[in-house]
Design a protein around this ligand. Structure first.
Ligand SMILES: Nc1ncnc2c1ncn2[C@@H]1O[C@H](COP(=O)(O)OP(=O)(O)O)[C@@H](O)[C@H]1O
Ligand SMILES: O=C(O)C1=C[C@@H](OP(=O)(O)O)[C@@H](O)[C@H](O)C1
Length: 300
């Protein structure tokens, strides 16, 4: 679709270029009057004036060309990614999000291998939350029996019932980041419990999922056991079927981190180059956007 660019806005902002090693990129977010706050993907090009550095910052003029009517009290907010300041960015983003959460739990949903545990632990650490894993809680409920053995001894329906029981208990908690089992999205009742918190979907391409699972093996994932072929193909085939069966269930989440889009935004050619910190930062950004829109909605 042909972009409809209107008048140019010349804005001055301060960006710390001390550590940026590549052309800054990001997206421009115009804080409109409450009723119309949205992220506006615009053409952002930062012209670094050859100015003297002072306390590691350099004032630049940023030219955006995007069409907006009656831009009034325009506040420019950019998300410039500082490759070496990821820890700082993580801290900044978690400090922004924490008060908005107001103790609500965060539920990570996504296919097996999407990074729910890995990213969940980072989010819990940064937010000062407790990390929990629904699979682990199910195993504890069944006397320490592994998920694989629960499937073998009691069957999947028994496992799903236990999963819902665990989620019901978690829905009464505060201050938890929960890595959920990949199939939790299938039962509508589970969404009822997760609605007490914020759910975020880690949307990872199948190829990357299969690669990750092939690297760690499928022993702990009983739904991937019954396939022939090498580890990658076995995982890829089974994950494809599961994703097909689950259809749009994951899209019920309140927020989403699409690794493909994130890689594009960061100028990376492959999602495998995204670090857990990159993904955790984006998760915090998306959670914040959801909460701000939700609060706007609540106050309009
Ligand atoms: N961003 C990432 N880049 C590379 N490997 C990852 C990334 N996130 C997770 N992994 C790896 O993928 C595998 C599955 O991650 P995990 O967090 O256990 O996923 P889940 O809890 O969704 O099943 C683990 O071996 C983990 O180290
Ligand atoms: O996708 C699924 O149905 C499952 C995913 C697993 O959790 P992970 O997503 O942590 O692998 C575990 O709950 C069980 O093997 C079923």
């Amino acid at each position: 679709m042909e972009a409809n660019f209107g008048h140019l806005q010349h804005l001055s902002i301060r960006i710390d270029f001390g550590t940026v090693v590549r052309k800054p990129s990001g997206s421009v977010r115009f804080l409109q009057p409450i009723s119309d706050r949205q992220k506006l993907p615009g053409l952002v090009s930062a012209f670094q004036q050859p100015l003297r550095l002072s306390n590691r910052c350099r004032t630049v003029s940023v030219e955006t060309s995007c069409y907006r009517e009656n831009i009034s009290d325009l506040t420019l907010e950019t998300e410039i990614f500082h490759p070496f300041d990821k820890d700082l960015l993580l801290k900044n983003k978690s400090q922004e999000v924490r008060p908005l959460l107001n103790g609500r739990c965060i539920y990570l949903v996504g296919m097996m291998g999407s990074g729910k545990t890995t990213i969940g632990k980072i989010l819990a650490r940064e937010l000062g939350y407790t990390f929990s894993d629904s699979d682990t809680l199910v195993e504890q409920d069944v006397g320490g029996t592994s998920v694989a053995d629960i499937f073998k001894l009691h069957g999947e329906v028994f496992f799903r019932d236990k999963e819902t029981e665990v989620l019901k208990k978690l829905s009464l908690m505060h201050g938890f980041v929960i890595s959920t089992g990949g199939g939790i999205v299938v039962r509508p009742i589970n969404w009822k419990y997760m609605r007490n918190g914020i759910s975020i979907w880690l949307d990872v391409p199948l190829e990357a999922l299969a690669k990750r699972i092939a690297a760690v093996g499928t022993d702990s994932r009983p739904l991937l056991h019954h396939e022939s072929g090498n580890a990658y193909m076995k995982a890829f085939r089974r994950l494809s079927v599961l994703l097909e069966e689950r259809g749009d269930a994951y899209a019920n989440a309140n927020a989403k981190v699409c690794l493909g889009s994130l890689a594009d935004k960061l100028g990376l050619s492959d999602v495998c180059n995204l670090t857990p910190a990159d993904i955790a930062i984006e998760a915090l950004v998306q959670i914040r956007h959801f909460l701000e829109q939700k609060d706007d909605y609540a106050t309009t």
